[in-house]
Design a protein around this ligand. Structure first.
Ligand code: AMP
Length: 280
């Protein structure tokens, strides 16, 4: 497995692939799991080579302790990617290589989708995400880039970003990979103890319950139901929202013609977990 820390070396190796227009890209923050691998496998089906970036991006964190404690497991990540068949390159630059001297996020006009949910609760988060992804896109110039629906709002933000920056990159959304017990896979799960991991399954259980009750109950009833479920659990709910899948705006009334998704952010002690599920 070839691991690049310098841009020039990565660009040299990518040169022969440019003509084929088949370079796939998966940006990650490392601590890889089967969810990440599903994106890489999907990319390998359609591209001649796939670049996986591993970079814990400081500008998207609004909490310095969260950034410090984010799991970093590069050796294991390399080993995991080595289990795949196909041409995969790892790009793991340091902050200076990617950002230069000033580590700031740019201000983007990402529109209303950026001020909902994660945007409301994590100030500056999406500017940080858009900045780092734009930096990676401009170095790697991939043809296709793959993002998980686990971060559904982020996926919409990236689609908006390529529109704003007029980048000829196809953005492909991939389904959420879950543990057998329903818990959405996440690098942050590595920070949970056994009991916390078990308790965290409440998130996907509640989402499933909302999905099954979606036709029968009003939005207000569903909001109440979720609030009560969390009150009886050991997790702290940050937000629960049923939103229009396109606009990501919270809804108070359902309309047949629209697609809806439920979103949860909750804390298990100081570890923040997010998940979402399509409702109709
Ligand atoms: P991260 O390393 O958390 O920044 O995630 C890198 C990419 O992997 C993002 O596009 C995520 O949405 C995606 N991802 C993370 N967890 C999952 C999962 N459980 N299923 C599918 N995609 C995921």
């Amino acid at each position: 497995m070839m691991v690049f820390t310098k841009t020039e070396n990565l660009l040299k190796i990518l040169l022969p692939y440019r003509a084929q227009n088949k370079i796939g890209f998966i940006p990650t923050m490392g601590a890889l799991h089967t969810g990440h691998l599903s994106l890489v496998k999907k990319a390998l089906e359609k591209n001649d080579c796939v670049v996986v970036s591993i970079f814990v991006n400081p500008t998207q964190f609004d909490n310095s302790s969260d950034l410090k404690k984010y799991p970093r497991t590069l050796e294991k990540d390399v080993t995991l990617l080595e289990t795949l068949q196909g041409t995969v390159y790892i790009f793991t630059p340091d902050t200076k290589t990617l950002y230069g001297e000033t580590v700031n996020s740019k201000k983007y006009r990402l529109g209303a989708i950026a001020s909902e949910m994660e945007g409301r609760h994590r100030k500056g988060h999406f500017d940080g995400v858009a900045t780092v992804i734009s930096l990676f896109f401009k170095v790697i110039l991939p043809n296709n880039a793959y993002f998980g629906q686990k971060d559904f709002q982020q996926l919409q933000i990236i689609k908006k970003l390529v529109e704003i920056e007029k980048l000829p990159i196809k953005i492909i959304g991939c389904p959420i990979v879950r543990e057998k017990n329903g818990l959405a896979m996440s690098s942050r799960n590595k920070r949970l103890g056994q009991q916390q991991l078990e308790n965290a399954t409440i998130i996907s259980k509640i989402l499933k319950e909302v999905r099954s009750q979606f036709k029968k109950k009003s939005i207000q009833e569903l909001n109440k139901l979720v609030e009560n479920r969390f009150k009886q659990s050991s997790l702290q709910l940050e937000y629960f929202e049923i939103a229009n899948e396109k606009t990501l705006k919270t809804v108070s009334r359902k309309r047949k013609e629209n697609k809806y998704r439920a979103f949860i952010a909750a804390f298990s002690k100081e570890v923040r977990l997010i998940d979402n599920m399509a409702l109709n």
